[in-house]
Design a binder for this molecule. Structure first.
Ligand code: 5AD
Ligand code: SF4
Length: 407
């Protein structure tokens, strides 16, 4: 006879970016509210969730092998009554949307696949899986089609860090940089209602948190429009309530009890002098900007669909340094994009020298499903990507060290 499953320990493994760190916390909050216990001991867990990233192939490869390890884990060494059991295994995050039900073929041990906008359904899904686990009706469930998240998932009050909190202000991205899988797995840009964002931050501050990071894949494209709310700024016109990024920063800065806040990740095309001025003025806003340039070659920037030139970027960086005095500037760079010549690479190298970033994250191009760049031959050899990666890394290290000494 099938036994009622009462196993409640959940382990959540986070891979990838800060957005995933927050998403794992949201998942933890939802499951804790439903009576599950969140554990940091994978060996003891009844349910193991991999909250995954698809930005580079390497991140995905790591998940496939981690799933294998979870199945073959040297199980429950100090818990004999559980010896021999395999946990319920779930995949959430970008890989869920990237592979959907095909995950079950690639990794048959996986029980559920839940997309980035579907995480609100996790408690129900896990309950359903548990109900049938080990019976003839054993189920595999996948849910990857939701377009929106319900805002209430952000309000469980579950926080892993007691001093600092990540707060999602927008989800998705519709920039379609040609190398990037994010628009295909995270969907269109959706900005959250500013009232909900401020409510979440105030609750965090009331719970003792003093530092906040505002999150969005394209954070500074934040824009809220509400046609049903009165607009005090536009008397006599059709009431439309709008709220842009700088306005949100201004409101966050006013929250009493909050000591410091910052935001990631910005796109140069949405970065304005007005934003720099706000950064200089708002006393709680950290003077820090992560502004990925990706390449210093106009030819490659165009192929990447980045919508700015090398000159635009350098001018922005210059204005930032002038207006946000003493501010830090960091970047992301991809080397070995399809067709990147030695000259293109040299342009990136020179830009790094000129912009003097405080820090840089350097990546080797990785072809991604769905993307436009996938249609181009990945023609820069692995060795050459490694050489270019090492050269920029070394240069950036020197610059970072020099700037640190100055400070
Ligand atoms: N290959 C290598 N790096 C990538 N990034 C995004 N997509 C790819 C890819 N296909 C990098 C970009 C981005 C960072 C988060 O990851 O530099 O800013
Ligand atoms: Fe990807 Fe470009 Fe959107 Fe960043 S801005 S998430 S690189 S598509």
């Amino acid at each position: 006879m099938k036994q009622e499953v009462t196993s409640k320990k959940v382990f959540i493994r986070t891979l990838g970016c800060q957005m995933n760190v927050r998403d794992s916390e949201v998942i933890g909050g939802l499951l804790a509210r439903a009576g599950y216990e969140i554990t940091d001991d994978e060996q003891q867990a009844d349910i193991v969730i991999f909250n995954t990233c698809s930005v580079r192939q390497m991140a995905e490869d790591r998940v496939w092998s981690a799933v294998g390890n979870a199945v073959n884990r040297e199980k429950h060494r100090d818990s004999p009554q559980k010896a021999g059991t395999v946990p319920i295994i779930g995949i959430t995050g970008c890989m869920a949307n990237n592979y959907r039900e095909a995950i079950f073929e690639k990794a048959p041990a996986v029980d559920f696949v839940v997309g980035t906008a579907d995480i609100g359904k996790l408690p129900e899904i896990i309950k359903e899986i548990q109900k049938h686990k080990g019976s003839l009706n054993e189920k595999k469930i996948y849910e990857t089609d939701a377009e929106f998240r319900e805002d209430e998932i952000y309000h469980t009050g579950f926080r892993l860090d007691k001093e600092h909190a990540f707060v999602v202000i927008s989800e998705g991205c519709e920039n379609f940089c040609s190398y990037c899988v994010v628009p295909y797995v995270r969907g269109k840009l959706r900005s959250r209602d500013p009232e909900d964002i401020l409510k979440e931050i105030k609750a965090d501050v009331d719970a003792g948190i003093s530092k906040i990071t505002l999150l969005g894949q394209n954070v500074n494209a934040y824009h809220w429009v509400d046609k049903n709310r009165d607009s005090p700024q536009k008397p006599g016109t059709v009431p439309v309530f709008t709220f842009d990024f700088v306005k949100l920063l201004t409101m966050v800065n006013r929250i009493s009890g909050l000591k410091e806040f910052t935001f990631v990740t910005s796109h140069p095309k949405d970065t304005s002098i007005e934003l720099f001025k706000a950064m200089a003025e708002l006393d709680k806003l950290r003077k820090y900007m992560h502004l990925p340039v990706q390449s210093g070659s106009d030819r490659i920037l165009k192929m990447m669909n980045r919508r700015y030139t090398r000159e635009n970027y350098l001018n922005l960086a210059k204005s930032y340094r002038e207006i946000v005095r003493g501010g830090e500037l960091t970047t992301d760079i991809i080397v070995g994009f399809p067709g990147e010549t030695e000259k293109d690479f040299q342009d990136t190298f020179d830009l790094v020298k000129e912009a003097e970033f405080n820090a840089g994250f350097i990546f080797k191009y990785s072809p991604r499903p769905h993307t436009e760049a996938l249609k181009l031959p990945d023609d820069v050899s692995r060795e050459e990507k490694e050489r270019r990666h090492a050269l920029i890394l070394e240069l950036q290290k020197k610059i970072s060290k020099k700037l640190r000494k100055k400070i």
